[in-house]
Ligand binder design. Structure first.
Ligand code: NDP
Length: 255
């Protein structure tokens, strides 16, 4: 096992990134693979699109080969029990390996319907949104905590990819704001309850992704957007420095 007081790498990790097929998750997969994972690490890429995950895996393997990181694609729908269970099972298969860092990045999310409050009368539609955007992050994190219980010298980090809208209400964005606010509290509870787990809610700033294309289509509002890599660099630096307070909510523009 490596010296866990030296975090200038992410260590010999099992790194699980949800929503890795596109956008910010994909940029993060590239970033962590740029030499920050020690040989023997395992990267689990989770999203629904098998084709995009497979393409990403091939991109990563072209430069991670010499670092001996094993990359697995987990093509599942995380809004379902089966999708969460399959991801946890895949992680369990790697639990026998000698790893010194569990890094779970809860990034997958959707924008959902943008509409006035009074339009959300359909409880199934609301539940379906919350299922991916809130419940799956809880159930997946809980499952991975069971697979890798606290043992000496095992570093544990959980990232909640958050948003400024976890803090700030925005008319017509009730689904998105509610989910991000709920997740922020969910991960604060984890930080309080499990002192061995370092928890970070990270708001990545407005980035050039499909989600932003959807925002433009639905609202007509065009934002100044960052390349995903720029925000991914900042998040990985935060994880390497590891000097944030567990449970903190940090914003791209403030760190
Ligand atoms: P994208 O819409 O570009 O990507 C979302 C990712 O989530 C995709 O990989 C998608 O893969 C995956 N995903 C969606 N639904 C499911 C599902 N049911 N099961 C499994 N995976 C799923 O989003 P961004 O990259 O823009 O966003 C990433 C994170 O950053 C989100 O949490 C978002 O809220 C947050 N954020 C984004 C901002 C931005 O400006 N883009 C600003 C602030 C926060 P697939 O379709 O293959 O399943």
């Amino acid at each position: 096992m490596s010296d866990i007081t030296n975090h200038r790498t992410l260590g010999r990790s099992i790194c699980i990134i949800t929503g890795a097929s596109k956008g910010f998750g994909r940029a993060l997969a590239h970033k962590v693979s740029e030499g920050w994972l020690k040989p023997g690490s395992v990267l689990l890429l989770v999203a629904r699109s098998q084709t995009l995950l497979q393409e990403l895996k091939e991109e990563l393997q072209s430069f991670t080969e010499e670092q001996q990181t094993v990359v697995h694609c987990v093509a599942v729908d995380l809004s379902t029990r089966e999708g969460v269970n399959e991801t946890v099972s895949m992680a369990r298969q790697e639990a026998g390996n000698e790893i010194d860092h569990v890094l779970l990045i809860n990034n997958a999310a959707t924008l959902g319907e943008i509409s006035n409050f009074a339009s959300f009368t359909n409880i199934e539609e609301v539940n379906s949104y919350l299922s991916l955007n809130v419940s799956s992050a809880l159930a997946l994190t809980a499952g991975i905590l069971q697979v890798f219980p606290c043992v000496p010298l095992l570093r544990w980090s959980v990232v909640n990819v958050s948003s400024a809208f976890a803090l700030q209400p925005l008319p017509s964005w009730v689904l998105y704001c509610t989910a991000k606010a709920a997740r922020k509290m969910m991960f604060r509870v984890l930080a309080e309850e499990q002192p061995h787990v370092k928890v970070l809610s990270y708001s990545p700033g407005p980035m050039e992704t499909d989600m932003q294309k959807e925002i433009l289509r639905l609202t007509g509002v065009k934002h100044h957007l960052l390349p995903c890599q720029e925000s991914a660099d900042k998040l990985v630096k935060l994880l390497l420095d590891d000097d944030f307070i567990s449970g903190a909510h940090l914003d791209f523009f403030e760190v």
